[in-house]
Each structure stands twice: as structure tokens, then as C-alpha cells.
Design a protein around this ligand. Structure first.
Ligand SMILES: *Cc1c(COP(=O)(O)O)cnc(C)c1O
Length: 411
């Protein structure tokens, strides 16, 4: 073989990020390749949440809104996410789910382009994005959705852009194929057509260095590569030039300029803070902030270098060990996020057979097996073990076993 397990071990010994693995609790005997779906648990999280429950809540009760900083969590947490996406203080607010933030971004962006009635959406995007665009278009009334697709990974954006387009919503990294888009080039193209750009960063923040650049809005989740925990608060970025004009349709008291004046009418707060709505789920923010303590120390360029090394190694090994398996991700690392996907007509049972052998990836319709590579806790030896196990499952037809054919609720 081109590379041995011992070679991989040697690469791990030289890995600049190797100490970060100790920050995470990983079950023994498992190669966890689902950090792109639910990030691993940081070791420090349980104690931090226990402290928030027992001391902040249990002992200090409501005083903690002031003394433990509960009230400001959406803003302080947003300010800690900002450097991971190339944003500044006051430009990001954390809260709600990604879906709700998409609704807020789309309904805030559309009225900023009066007279234009079209929203461009990518049919290959994660479905919730498209579902929410539908809901937002119906709620505001009089808008049309123009769906675009991709050809060989390239978005067919040019043909769809016209002077009727108000807003474009796209993901920086495709959740199925890990195709990585050029934020600056696409944003410039959208702006040249007079429209506003909203980026979904769910599969890019914490996976690749992100710079929102000239984007108008961006949204993303924190439970994938950012290890915030199941259902952790999402976030929204609002470009400073829109801070005074963008309106949050879920205009709740947490986004009010003076919430404790209890005025009868809504008056938005300054900055992205106006995009907060209701009381924050404090325990979830606490878990997320424990993870952000780790992210604060990560050199994102070293992260990217390791991600490229891991995904390239996996592709090389699979090329060699499973010839014929069709790569669904770009071969060029410059066009790839931190994930590698393959097409297989029986992808679901293949993914199940892998999980049974300790290689935890997943399956996405219609025929995609996904392997996410979270560079903070994965090693080159894990990549080696995953590739050799995949070769065994496919080479020996182990996936044909009856038990792998039945669908579980969460795939
Ligand atoms: C994971 C993901 C979501 C998730 O949305 P939630 O509302 O947080 O469940 C949305 N969009 C994309 C592109 C995703 O990858």
C-alpha cells in the first residue's frame, strides 16, 4: 500500500493540533466521522453545565441574569463566534435554530430590496433552507422562489440572476458533496446584479477558515464542527451597513433597545443584537461556551491544513483499496470542505455495516455515504482504519447482511 498505518502514526506524532484530541470525550473503539452532524463532547462541558445548574441556577437563582451574564449570552456568545467567520464584535448574535435564523435573515433582507420579488435558492441545499424560504416568501406575500441547481458541483447562478432578484441564499459547503464555494466571488456576482447575499455556514464554520467578507447576512449552527452540543444555539451575522435598516420580524423583547423600560412598542436594539428574540436557553449556551473556550485557541489555518491532509489521505486510500467506488466530493482540495462523500446505490446498508464495525459515518439520500473529518480530534490512524474497514465492508459484501437493510428513524 502507498501508505502504512505506521506512516499514519508518524504523521500523528508531528501533528500540530494533536493535543486538542485530549479536550474531547470519545467512546473507545470508534472512529467518529460524524463531527459534521453532531460534534464530539468536549471534556470540560459537563462540569460547566453542572456549575450553571447547581450554582448559577440552584444557588443564585434569578440574580444570575446579571451576575452570571445570562442576559447578555446571545451577544457575548455571538462575539466569540465572530472570529471564526471573519466577523467583528456586535455583528453576530447567537440564538434559536438555524432554521429560525434563516427565516429572520430572509425576511430582513427582502424588504431591503423593494421592487424586487425573487429569492434564489439552491435545490441541492440542505432542505430546511428551502423549506424556510418557502415559509418566508408566503409570510411576506408576493415573492417568487427561483430554484437553481449545480452542474459538476458548479452552481448555475449566472442564468438565474436578473434585476428582479432581491436575495440569494446558498451554503458555503454543500452538505452532501462538501463542494466548497468561493464566498467572495459569489457575493460579488450577486451584488453586481443588485441583490443581497445570505450565506449558510453550517458545514463551514469550524471546518474551514471562513470570512463572510461582503456578505449581507450569514447564518449557521454550532452543534456540528463547533461541538456546542445537541440543539446548541445557532447564530446570525448581519453586515454593519444593515444594522440600522434590517428588521427582525420576530421582534421580541430581547432584541429591544431598552427591554427593562417595558415600553408598549418595539424599538430595535443597536447592532446584530436586534436579531435576538426571546429568553435564551442558558444551559445550551453554557455548553456552547465551554466548546468556544477550545476554539479560541485554534489556529484556523493549521486546522485547514490538517483537514486537507486527512481528507486527501482518505481519498488516496479509498482509491487504492476500493477501486470503482465513486467519489462524490471534489478531488481538488481547494474545492472541498472537511468531508468526503461517495456514491453507492446501496449506501444505506453500507453505512450501517460500517457503524457496526466502529466506523461512524452516515448516509444521505439519494445515494451518498458521508465521512466528516473534524480535525481537532481525528488522527491519521483513524483515517487509515476507516478506509481499510470501508474496503472490507465493500470488498467482502458485508453490507448485504439482512440486518443492515431496515431503516432507522434517524439516518
Ligand atoms: C445542519 C444544517 C441545518 C440545520 O438546521 P437547524 O434548524 O439547526 O436544525 C440547516 N442548514 C444547513 C445547510 C445545515 O447543514
Amino acid at each position: 500500500m502507498a501508505i502504512s498505518r505506521a506512516d499514519c502514526q508518524a504523521l500523528d506524532d508531528q501533528d500540530l493540533l494533536k493535543d486538542f484530541r485530549d479536550e474531547f470525550t470519545l467512546p473507545p473503539g470508534i472512529v467518529y466521522l460524524l463531527g459534521n452532524s453532531l460534534g464530539a463532547l468536549p471534556r470540560r462541558t459537563a462540569a460547566r453545565v453542572a456549575h450553571a445548574v447547581e450554582s448559577e441556577w440552584g444557588t443564585h437563582l434569578g440574580a444570575s441574569w446579571n451576575t452570571a451574564g445570562w442576559w447578555d449570552l446571545p451577544q457575548t456568545t455571538g462575539d466569540r463566534i465572530a472570529p471564526l467567520i471573519g466577523a467583528g464584535p456586535g455583528e453576530v448574535v447567537a440564538g434559536d435554530s438555524t432554521s429560525v435564523n434563516i427565516f429572520k435573515a430572509v425576511t430582513a433582507a427582502l424588504p431591503l430590496r423593494p421592487g424586487r420579488r425573487v429569492i434564489i435558492s439552491d435545490l441541492d441545499n440542505f432542505p430546511t433552507d428551502r423549506y424556510v424560504v418557502e415559509g418566508a416568501a408566503e409570510a411576506l406575500g408576493g415573492y417568487e422562489i427561483r430554484d437553481i441547481g449545480t452542474v459538476d458541483g458548479t452552481l448555475r447562478l449566472g442564468d438565474a440572476l436578473g434585476d428582479d432578484v432581491a436575495v440569494v441564499l446558498l451554503s458555503q459547503v454543500d452538505y452532501r458533496t462538501a463542494e466548497l464555494r468561493d464566498i467572495d466571488a459569489v457575493t460579488a456576482e450577486v451584488h453586481a446584479a443588485g441583490a443581497l447575499m445570505i450565506w449558510d455556514l453550517c458545514h463551514s464554520a469550524g471546518a474551514v477558515p471562513v470570512n463572510v467578507g461582503a456578505a449581507d447576512f450569514a447564518i449557521g449552527c454550532t452543534y456540528k464542527y463547533l461541538n456546542g452540543g445537541p440543539g446548541a444555539p445557532a447564530y446570525i451575522y448581519v453586515a454593519p451597513r444593515h444594522h440600522d435598516s434590517a428588521r427582525n420580524v420576530i421582534s421580541g423583547w430581547h432584541g429591544h433597545a431598552a427591554p427593562f423600560d417595558f415600553e408598549p412598542h418595539y424599538r430595535p436594539a443597536a447592532g446584530a443584537r436586534r436579531f435576538a428574540s426571546g429568553s435564551p436557553p442558558v444551559l445550551s449556551y453554557t455548553a456552547l461556551n465551554a466548546s468556544l473556550d477550545i476554539w479560541e485557541r485554534v489556529d484556523l489555518h493549521a486546522l485547514r491544513a490538517k483537514s486537507v491532509a486527512l481528507t486527501s489521505l482518505f481519498i488516496d486510500l479509498v482509491d487504492e483499496l476500493c477501486p470503482g467506488l465513486e467519489l462524490a466530493s471534489p478531488r481538488d482540495p481547494a474545492r472541498r470542505g472537511s468531508q468526503v462523500s461517495y456514491r453507492h446505490a446501496d449506501g444505506y446498508p453500507v453505512a450501517r455495516a460500517l457503524v457496526d464495525r466502529g466506523v461512524v459515518g452516515d448516509y444521505r439520500e439519494p445515494d451518498i455515504i458521508r465521512f466528516g473529518f473534524a480535525p481537532l480530534y481525528l488522527r491519521h490512524v483513524d483515517v487509515y482504519d476507516a478506509a481499510t474497514t470501508l474496503a472490507e465492508v465493500i470488498g467482502k459484501d458485508l453490507w448485504r447482511d439482512e440486518q443492515y437493510q431496515r431503516r432507522l428513524t434517524v439516518t
